[in-house]
Design a protein. Structure first.
Lengths: 402, 369
């Protein structure tokens, strides 16, 4: 029995390894205005859906004991979603459809429930495939813009609105009946039912909400027949991005019933979206849609020979016993360029912070003149072929699809 | 680590569990807008479940290697308790004396748990060896805060000028990892605004030279407030000089800045016949060791020695401090300090408007009764 199981498992690994990168998505040009596009807008009938794989994020291990203990999070699975894109010359619109049997809405009277949600990430640098921002909220000098939509009940944000009088508990108003109902109505009118946020980030922990109205976007989430449909429209050009030709985007979804939020999520690698009728960026498409040319089997040997497992857990995740990020599922959401850069220039992207990975005796980075310098050895002395092989191997490390 | 650290000392020998601090805090900060269930300041019975329920078992803090430990986020209903409310409206329309069995006036939920659900229960067997004491708790404004380490958004910060730990509500997105990371469970999720909130050490008050509301209102005068590096502050003397005030659960590794004078005075036990067992004490030292670590032995010895000294000679600076004669001595907020900080930041510092409130009309500044 054990043997059968083992061979089945290894078969599974083989299948995973064979899984190719997601194909490019074509954004058709439409004449309809996409300013306020909704999930049920007729214009979506023109769109072409492509399948995109969203992988569990495992580089950062979060500290929520209950969430980490959930079976779905102990053995996280990748998730297939359908994505379509349109553009109208002024805006780009995306639709993401994903299966979710439980409609989780974050409620206003509980501390332990989480809402479903989705996000679309755009790169601030879109032309050079080797300089794409780190998939996990960008990296220093390579910003990203993240559009987040969460399913929540009414959210009150009275801070700064000078409506202090309406923040008191209704029982302390000293009024009853009609007057109290009037008070309740005023309070309710303060609430925002739409948890739609736009952020700019240059790396993990740096995500900052754009609140000055400089990004005009519109998104919504609709749940029907065990499927969420999320839509987003945003300008092709604003002070954060300039989207032309081939647009790298990344998609994340959160499942509230798995206590998903922030780091506990599924996210895609950078996906190429071609604006139909514009000149595509061939280098970007090649980078994002084709598997790296190295030899994965050799790469595994090279990785072992160079002692990568001295700090990284490569095919396992045990947060208690490693200092460097686990590479168990790194191939799913990382671009080959990022993996290559991390091997030959380890300090290019260093995640700041003090979380579980930060063993104080063995820090994964030191601060030198205010810059994070990775404690990882620089492997730039490796030959190009060897690096290619390691990258090819790392690209095979993916969670299996749900 | 901040440039300076403001700290509070609470003398557990003197806490009577009156909850005046709790109410002072609640009315000031948490009676509205999604904070109704929160007690930034609470007073729990020890031994007991505490608030939130069994908070000491919920993880967080750091291990010996300095690694943040995973933790559990308490449930509003079963661990904190739903703050139930009454339909006062009904009182205007229904009669309470018409004999109807169904009360028109009732709480909006049937409560299953709440803070101090087990108040005054304690441990042991009545009347032979039962015991308890009160443990007032606020945020510890830790030197190495678990909440800050856990936050993936850099939304929690420790003020450089006084070490007060605050949530940047603009950055907070309500992920709640901070709650898992805090071993004291003294940071709370506000579900109405979907952000975390916590004790702010009444910083708008301290910046004006006033102590936090909980300390100001304390009828037992158990709370001392001051800077740890201020050699004149009683906090400094209790913590650094006499070493009779110790952080709660130092084993959590967060270096808390609320310090407790451990309870030393507890009645003797009774034997089966109800006679006093001479020399016995009801409070097990193991419990105090669990709460305050091995340092508690030294603290208790110093307290006992000084008590004796005071009895015999009438002189003990430590006892004089703990008697807490003057608010002006107990609270050294160094108002000029914040004025200087404001000036450095090119802002106009506001002088306290009420000088009498600070100085007192009938008290001679600095003098004792």
């Amino acid at each position: 029995m054990n043997k059968v199981l083992t061979s089945l498992l290894s078969l599974g690994v083989a299948c995973t390894a064979a899984m190719a990168a997601d194909a490019a998505i074509t954004a058709l040009k439409v004449t309809d205005s996409l300013d306020a596009i909704k999930a049920d807008s007729a214009v979506w009938s023109k769109a072409k859906f492509s399948s995109v794989t969203l992988y569990p994020q495992t580089a950062i291990y979060m500290n929520d004991k209950k969430a980490n203990a959930l079976a779905e999070n102990v053995k996280p699975k990748a998730k297939k979603v359908d994505v379509a894109a349109l553009y109208d010359g002024k805006n780009i619109a995306l639709m993401v459809k994903w299966a979710d049997g439980t409609k989780d809405i974050q409620k206003g009277a509980t501390t332990t429930e989480y809402g479903d949600g989705f996000a679309v990430q755009f790169a601030g640098i879109t032309k050079l495939p080797e300089a794409l921002p780190y998939i996990g909220m960008g990296s220093a000098g390579r910003p990203v813009v993240v559009h987040l939509q969460k399913a929540t009940e009414k959210i009150y944000e009275p801070n700064g609105n000078k409506d202090v009088g309406l923040q008191i508990n209704r029982q302390q108003t000293g009024v009853f009946e009609k007057d109290l109902a009037e008070f309740d109505n005023k309070v309710a009118s303060l609430a925002n039912t739409d948890y739609e946020r736009v952020f700019v980030a240059e790396g993990y922990r740096s995500l900052t909400e754009i609140k000055d109205g400089s990004v005009k976007s519109s998104s919504e989430m609709v749940h029907a027949s065990n499927t969420w449909t999320g839509t987003l429209s945003r300008p092709l050009k604003d002070e954060y991005v300039n989207l032309t030709g081939t647009v790298p985007v990344s998609i994340a979804v959160w499942d509230g019933s798995k206590m998903n939020r922030n780091g506990i999520k599924n996210l895609s690698a950078w996906i190429a979206v071609n604006l139909d009728g514009q000149k595509p960026n061939a280098a970007m498409i090649a980078e994002l849609t084709t598997d790296p040319k190295g030899n994965a089997v050799k790469g595994k040997e090279v990785a072992a020979a160079n002692g990568c497992n001295g700090c990284h857990q490569i095919e396992t995740t045990d947060p208690t016993s490693f200092m460097a990020p686990s590479l168990r599922f790194v191939g799913g959401y990382s671009s080959a360029a990022y993996l290559r850069e991390s091997i030959v220039k380890p300090s290019a992207v260093v995640v700041p912070g003090y979380n579980r990975n930060a063993h104080s005796n063995t820090p994964w980075y030191n601060l030198e003149k205010g810059k994070r310098v990775s404690t990882m050895t620089d492997y730039s002395h490796l030959g190009k072929a060897e690096v290619d092989d390691i990258v090819a191997y790392l690209k095979t490390l993916k969670a299996e699809v749900e | 680590m901040s440039k300076r650290q403001l700290a509070m000392v609470m003398d557990l020998n003197k806490c009577i569990g009156c909850q005046t601090c709790t109410v002072a805090c609640k009315t000031q900060w948490t009676n509205r807008n999604g904070r109704e269930y929160m007690y930034w300041n609470n007073v729990e019975t020890y031994p007991g479940t505490g608030y939130p329920k069994n908070w000491m078992e919920l993880g967080g803090g750091f291990d010996a290697a300095g690694d943040l430990q995973p933790g559990v986020i308490p449930n509003l209903e079963s661990d904190y308790g739903v703050p139930w409310d009454y339909n006062y409206d009904s009182l205007t329309t229904t009669s309470l004396i018409d004999g109807s069995k169904e009360a028109a006036f009732h709480p909006h939920v049937s409560p299953t748990w709440g803070p101090n659900w087990d108040e005054d229960q304690g441990a042991g067997v009545f009347p032979t060896d039962n015991y308890f004491f009160y443990l007032p708790r606020i945020c510890n404004h830790c030197t190495n805060p678990g909440c800050l380490s856990a936050c993936p958004r850099d939304a929690i910060f420790k003020r450089d000028q006084d070490g007060v730990v605050l949530v940047d509500l603009d950055r907070c997105q309500g992920y709640r990892y901070c709650i898992a990371g805090c071993p004291y469970k003294k940071i709370y999720f506000n579900p109405k605004i979907s952000k975390s909130e916590k004790c702010i050490l009444c910083f708008p008050r301290i910046e004006q030279g006033l102590p936090p509301a909980c300390a100001q209102q304390c009828v037992g005068r158990i709370r001392f407030v001051g800077f740890l590096d201020d050699l004149e502050s009683q906090v400094h003397k209790l913590v650094n000089v006499y070493k009779v005030a110790i952080g709660l659960r130092p084993d959590y590794g967060t270096q808390p800045n609320v310090y407790y004078v451990p309870p030393t005075e507890s009645p003797a036990k009774f034997d089966a016949e109800g006679r006093i067992i001479e020399g016995s004490t009801r409070l097990p030292i193991e419990e105090l060791e669990k709460l305050f670590g091995p340092e508690v032995h030294h603290a208790i010895k110093t307290l006992k020695d000084e008590m004796k000294k005071r009895k015999e000679t009438g002189v003990s600076e430590l006892m004089d401090i703990l008697i807490a004669y003057q608010h002006s001595d107990m609270f050294r907020l160094d108002n000029n300090y914040y004025q200087e900080v404001a000036k450095e930041q090119h802002r106009t510092p506001l002088a306290p408007v009420d000088t009498r409130y600070v100085a007192g009309k009938f008290t001679k500044a600095g003098g004792h009764h």
